[in-house]
Design a protein around this ligand. Sequence first.
Ligand code: FAD
Length: 456
Amino acid sequence: MPVKVIAIIGAGYCGTLTAVHILRQNPVNRVRVVLVEQHSRPGRGLAYRTWDDNFLLNVPAGNMSALADDPEHFVRFCQNIDPAFNAASFISRRLYGDYLELTLREEITRHRETVIETIHDEAIAIHHSGNDAYQIDLRNGASICAHQIVLALGHFPPLPPAPVTEFYKTPAYINNPWDSSALERILGNAPVALLGMGLTALDVLFRLTSSSDTRKIYLISRRGLCPQPHRFHPKAPVVVGFPHYLKNLPPTAKAYCRALRLEIERNAVRGGDWRDIINALRPHSPEIWRRFSVKERWKFLSHLVAYWDIHRHRLAPSAHLRLSDMLKSGQAEMIAGYVRNYKTHAGQVSVEISERHTGRIRCVDVRHVVNCTGPNFNLACITSPLIVQLRSEGYLRQDANRLGIEVNEHYQLIDCRGDAAKNLFYVGPMLKARFWEAIAVPELRIHIQALAKILK
Ligand SMILES: Cc1cc2nc3c(=O)[nH]c(=O)nc-3n(C[C@H](O)[C@H](O)[C@H](O)COP(=O)(O)OP(=O)(O)OC[C@H]3O[C@@H](n4cnc5c(N)ncnc54)[C@H](O)[C@@H]3O)c2cc1C
């Protein structure tokens, strides 16, 4: 029987887990899996390649199993290290990377008959090579032939926010908040401004203050909203049906938002916590997203997403306490407003901000500015050679709300003519375009498992 080659480009969370599921689902030797990874070891994608235990998962261990069909899998891994860990613990992202590496290693050992190969290189182009097969070109000049390809490329660095100025070309500006070597250039105690106030900004805040408890950090965001904390003993999410309070509503962002707020208020009167309402809503986000028209999605993205994000993307309680202490002491300061201009003089940057609530112009003097406004989902602005080639040759296309890559229900790429590619698949945060809620482990693990079934 001929061997089928499945190439997975990107061996972070999604790529590694796709390989794990292929191994689990292919007991006989009919598949060769090739993992192509440009940066690190399989399992150590952007989120989990940190070696610093200060960075905690923002989801309790009980909801971080990599395997959708084995919810206790991660908790068991943690308890092997320290029996005191439990489902409510917030574990470090470093340990989660260890867990993903181990999960892959164990599966490889269990299925020695399936060949799995890791290639340390960047994929820069994909072409049809006849008979429904593809050729993948690598940066080093080599190429790989594959029958099926899974793109698991992860996040792309943020776009520089408006106003785009010459300042962005200076070394005082760091566009990629995940570039550790760039952050290491920020030495000493000099003040720093972070653009954005989400979980990425808080990562950078903790990183820049871990070696200096006097360095001043300004967190500048349009609305000045801060991610909310998890509870110290978070309840396990309970799977319930589609929320009754959203049934029979017109499918508009405004109607759904109003109903959600009322339900949270009613729940509070009963002594309940808003987090339980958000948790119960989360699995139904794809269905709600499906009901919204492109216009309603834009309305949500323009007016409501910032409020949704701070309730949905929560912080580990200890991280929230750390942030609160820094805000109280004045080491960190939140400024709601938008940046109008940057002026550089003598190694300093003066950031000119129009304050949201007063309209006053305020200037803060810093040594560096770091862009923490979130990943870029706009394919037209991504400079990765692979994305540029796939887009310009029509292998993939952007969704109407510029949230990611268009796929059908089988995760097959939709090409520029609107046709599904038979053997070209995507899994990762750009599934947001189709499902909205698809960027974190609890959702991605379900998509990965479903995709692996399709690949077999
Ligand atoms: C900082 C951070 C913290 C997070 N914390 C949590 C959390 O606590 N809980 C949670 O549920 N979710 C969390 N998430 C979200 C989620 O877990 C990740 O986004 C998820 O890991 C995405 O997996 P991925 O495989 O798509 O991306 P990644 O894991 O980043 O993997 C993508 C890989 O593809 C490689 N690659 C890209 N292009 C190419 C190419 N052309 N050729 C070869 N290789 C390529 C990259 O080098 C990378 O290793 C976090 C995300 C981030 C960014």
